[in-house]
Design a protein. Structure first.
Length: 193
């Protein structure tokens, strides 16, 4: 079951959902710059963007994981600012993170999980955000890494703090046994903790 904006706010109040920094309160009549949609909350782009180095010929073997080491050995990272956005060229894949840290604590009753989805206005320009792995499992804590690709014909400027995606929160049926995640407590776009 997908939570409404009011249920998301209640989950934040009860501690079943953690978003840090916390979105502004849900206030009727304050639609401008409100981070809440009817059944989602917007998340913002963080300050680092990473990408695979160009000109390197290698093949990744993903059968046994190991992405973090492979990525960190073969990637570049830059910090973005309001004065120096990252210019995402067409047909380019980058990794970035949400500004917010997310927590979905395991609990005995009413655990939550979430999905990250791109924004339709950005998709119409060709920007795909978090396009292949939208599930944020119950028990996860950390920044959400976003896989972003520009499929449009023009470059797109990425600024820190821009509303980049939506978090859709769902109720989990039953109590999960484990919260182990390869990317638990990640602090960089490449997944390093």
């Amino acid at each position: 079951m997908i939570l409404s904006n009011t249920a998301i706010h209640e989950a934040l109040e009860s501690g079943r959902l953690i978003i840090d920094p916390r979105p502004e309160p849900l206030t009727p009549g304050a639609e401008e710059d409100c981070p809440y949609q009817t059944s989602a909350v917007d998340l913002r782009l963080g300050t680092e963007v990473s990408w695979f180095k160009e000109g390197r010929a290698f093949a990744m073997d993903l059968r046994h994981g190991g992405f973090i080491g492979t990525f960190s050995d073969n990637s570049e990272t830059t910090e973005i600012t309001e004065d120096r956005p990252f210019v995402l060229q067409p047909r380019r894949l980058v990794l970035a993170q949400t500004m917010e840290q997310i927590g979905l604590p395991l609990c005995d009753d009413q655990c939550l999980a979430a999905r990250v989805e791109g924004r339709s206005s950005f998709a119409r320009c060709g920007l795909l955000v978090h396009f292949t792995a939208p599930t944020i499992h119950a028990g996860f804590a950390g920044h959400i890494t976003l896989e972003m690709m520009n499929w449009g014909p023009y470059a797109i400027n990425l600024y820190p703090g821009m509303s980049i995606c939506q978090l859709i929160v769902e109720r989990v049926e039953g109590t999960p046994l484990s919260n182990e995640s390869q990317f638990q407590d990640q602090t960089t776009p490449g997944g390093d903790a």
